[in-house]
Design a protein around this ligand. Structure first.
Ligand code: OSB
Ligand code: MG
Length: 369
């Protein structure tokens, strides 16, 4: 594939409902999309960068110039054999994994279309449907949270994850568990605690949680290993796992028993596949995280989730939980059994709605070879 041109764009999409984590409340998304133009084929990628440098030090306004000044020039005009072999082109740039992933994943998308093969097959997946969970943000009241959980359980979702932070944790988990003793439940702290709160974190053990996600610092593995020794509840690492090497560190130090794989956080599909394989070799199950993606990133998450060791329900859920209208057709739908059926069509199996994207675009730049 000769890479002839690459388009970057920002689209703005209001969320149907605000999403609140331990680092703040979000009402609307600014989304960075990448299109790779190659021999009559367009490959699409979505960056998981946020609106602020809060979840990660990367954000949309760091990703944009990193792409235009470094990553895109490294790729333009090149002849690419396979997307899997492209990460080295971007290796000179340190970190900036969310920017890299948008570009690498657009190449995978283009390659799947060019080969007339489903993306999930190109990635080496096997699952024909994937189990779904939901991530429910911090609400204004516990009553509102319970109502949301009720709706998602009725829709068929197989795992409920709630966001926690000091002041919205044990008290809330208590209310959830007293209403639903048996549901598969987990929580995500997004780094809201420190190791000296271990006695408080031990209280989470009474709720029979599937996991507690990222309780400590976003860049930490060592103290999570210390904490995991103190808890019965399995720790799942999200923010801390940025590469196969950090996953190896976590596995070798028993810092977690579960890993959340976000393809955008780790720099693209090639690194995500390495993490998948490494975790499998260490008997660590993984699941696919979400970053409030539009359909483009969501479709990529679905393809990744077909790999064998994605054995736990992910945060990949229906388009209609986020958007009035998603930018792909069909939208992502979840069955009453809480499953997403994986398409047999070439590429992602979802068509990109170019007209709608054009209408939502607030900034656009095309670079040519
Ligand atoms: O930590 O998993 C997270 C959203 C934004 C930033 C971080 C996280 C999340 C989610 C939402 O939990 C998952 C989703 O529904 O896309
Ligand atoms: Mg998380």
């Amino acid at each position: 594939m000769k890479i002839e041109a690459i388009t970057l764009r920002e689209i703005q999409m209001p969320l149907l409902h605000f999403f609140e984590t331990s680092f703040g409340r979000l009402y609307s998304r600014r989304i960075l999309l990448v299109t790779v133009h190659s021999e009559g084929i367009d490959g699409w990628g979505e960056s998981v960068v946020g609106e602020d440098p809060f979840y990660s030090s990367e954000w949309i306004d760091s990703a944009w110039p990193t792409l235009t000044q470094y990553l895109i020039p490294a790729l333009l005009g090149k002849r690419i054999e396979s997307a899997r072999e492209c990460a080295h082109l971007f290796a000179k740039v340190r970190a900036h994994r969310m920017a890299k992933a948008a570009l690498e994943n657009a190449l995978w998308d283009a390659e799947a279309t060019q080969k007339q093969q489903p993306l999930w097959k190109l990635l080496g997946g096997t699952r024909r449907e994937i189990p779904c969970g939901v991530s429910i943000g911090i609400q204004d009241s516990v009553e509102q949270l319970l109502e949301k959980i009720q709706i998602e359980l009725a829709a068929g979702y197989r795992r409920i994850k709630i966001k926690v932070k000091p002041g919205w944790d044990v008290n809330v988990l208590e209310r959830v568990r007293s209403r639903w003793a048996d549901i598969t439940l987990s929580c995500d702290a997004n780094s809201a605690y420190t190791l000296d709160q271990v006695e408080h974190l031990r209280k989470f053990d009474q709720f029979n949680l599937l996991m507690i996600e990222q309780p400590l610092w976003d860049d930490d593995i060592y103290y999570h290993a210390r904490l995991q020794k103190e808890l019965r509840t399995s720790i799942c690492l999200d923010e801390s796992i940025v590469s196969a090497r950090s996953a190896a560190f976590a596995a070798e130090t028993a810092a977690c028993r579960i890993v959340n794989v976000k393809v955008g956080r780790v720099g693209g599909f090639s690194e995500a596949l390495k993490i998948h394989d490494l975790c499998q070799a260490h008997s660590i199950p993984v699941w696919c995280g979400g970053m409030l993606e539009t359909g483009i990133g969501r479709a990529h998450n679905i393809a990744l989730s077909t790999l064998q060791n994605f054995s736990l329900p992910g945060d990949v859920s229906a388009s209609k939980r986020y958007w009035k209208e998603d930018i792909i057709d069909p939208e992502v739908e979840v069955s009453a059994q809480g499953m997403i059926a994986v398409s047999d069509q070439p590429g992602t199996g979802y068509r990109v709605k170019a007209d709608l994207i054009e209408k939502l675009t607030v900034r656009k730049e095309t670079l040519r070879a």
